[in-house]
Ligand binder design. Structure first.
Ligand SMILES: C[C@@]1(CC(=O)O)C2=NC(=C\c3[nH]c(c(CCC(=O)O)c3CC(=O)O)Cc3[nH]c(c(CC(=O)O)c3CCC(=O)O)/C=C3\N/C(=C\2)[C@@H](CCC(=O)O)[C@]3(C)CC(=O)O)/[C@H]1CCC(=O)O
Ligand SMILES: NC(=O)c1ccc[n+]([C@@H]2O[C@H](COP(=O)([O-])OP(=O)(O)OC[C@H]3O[C@@H](n4cnc5c(N)ncnc54)[C@H](O)[C@@H]3O)[C@@H](O)[C@H]2O)c1
Length: 216
């Protein structure tokens, strides 16, 4: 097997991202980019109905023609997602020359990164890759994860985020902080959210929990 790949979480907000191609694969990559706040440009002579809806909602810019060398200037990231191997290769070469991160839809090993299968639960992001071996396996695993990690994780992680911020502002000793965060993780809040018994903590309740749990 080739060298292992490093998973990363990319911040795309306000960055210029390109998709070359306007088919089914391009549409899926666009859907992934939309919520990131990226500035999205699609270069393709035709686009799917789904991409057309995004265009109508001003969520992307469409350059309605085949890709030309030079189109990637200023991009942070690009997906080469046409059904033409040679075009995808040309996109990959231009990206390489400009130091732009590139994903090649028909040949994962040619690009800089692979698009994993993703499960999102608010702040929780689970991503699955078979390092290009088989998207059907990624999809099967993603489906299992969707069942295991239900919608309750969104509220749970929002709660954990608020509490962590609170603890950071109230407790300055790093050892005490770490202990509190460990205790919080086993405090049963997740189970309460799951069973519908949890309706959030007021600032007073947060501070009370911190005071009660900060000592050994
Ligand atoms: C997970 C997901 C994420 C996403 O794309 O968003 C994803 N593929 C998905 C769906 C999907 N893929 C394919 C079909 C058609 C049915 C089938 O054949 O099974 C469907 C179903 C559909 O399209 O509906 C076929 C296929 N895929 C690739 C090739 C080319 C090749 O292998 O060289 C071919 C053969 C093309 C052909 O021969 O024509 C390549 C890649 N697909 C990857 C990811 C990357 C590897 C991820 C990993 O490491 O595991 C990688 C390497 C490239 C990349 O980075 O994009 C997404 C699930 C979305 C969901 O959750 O529903
Ligand atoms: N990564 C994945 O998940 C995945 C899944 C299925 C297929 N694939 C591969 O991805 C590629 C695209 O698949 P698809 O189903 O989206 O194909 P598709 O036929 O639906 O779309 C191809 C798109 O590329 C555009 N195009 C063609 N030539 C172009 C050019 N010179 N410049 C710009 N755009 C051009 C077409 O107008 C069309 O919009 C295929 O090569 C396929 O093998 C990848």
């Amino acid at each position: 097997m080739s060298r292992h790949l490093i998973p990363v979480m990319l911040r795309c907000e306000g960055k210029s991202c390109c998709i070359v191609g306007g088919g089914r694969v391009a549409e899926r990559k666009a859907a992934g980019l939309l919520h990131s706040g990226a500035t999205l440009t699609v270069i393709s002579p035709s686009i799917t109905d789904g991409l057309q809806v995004m265009l109508d909602n001003n969520q992307l810019r469409w350059i309605k023609r085949p890709y030309n060398e030079g189109d990637l200037q200023g991009a942070f990231l690009v997906y080469a997602a046409t059904d033409d191997l040679e075009v995808n290769d040309a996109v990959m070469r231009e990206a390489r020359g400009r130091g732009i991160l590139v994903n090649v839809a028909d040949h994962s090993e040619k690009g800089d990164f692979i698009t994993p299968g993703v499960v999102r639960r608010g702040r929780l992001v689970l991503s699955v890759s078979t390092s290009g071996a088989g998207p059907s396996v990624s999809v099967a695993i993603t489906t299992k994860l969707e069942e295991t990690f239900g919608l309750e994780y969104e509220a749970y992680l929002d709660f954990m985020y608020d509490m962590r911020e609170r603890i950071k502002s109230r407790v300055h000793d790093p050892l005490v902080r770490a202990r509190l965060l460990r205790r919080l993780a086993c405090s049963g809040v997740l189970e309460q959210i799951r069973s519908g018994e949890f309706d959030g903590w007021t600032e007073l309740e947060m501070d009370r929990w911190i005071a009660e749990n900060r000592e050994e």
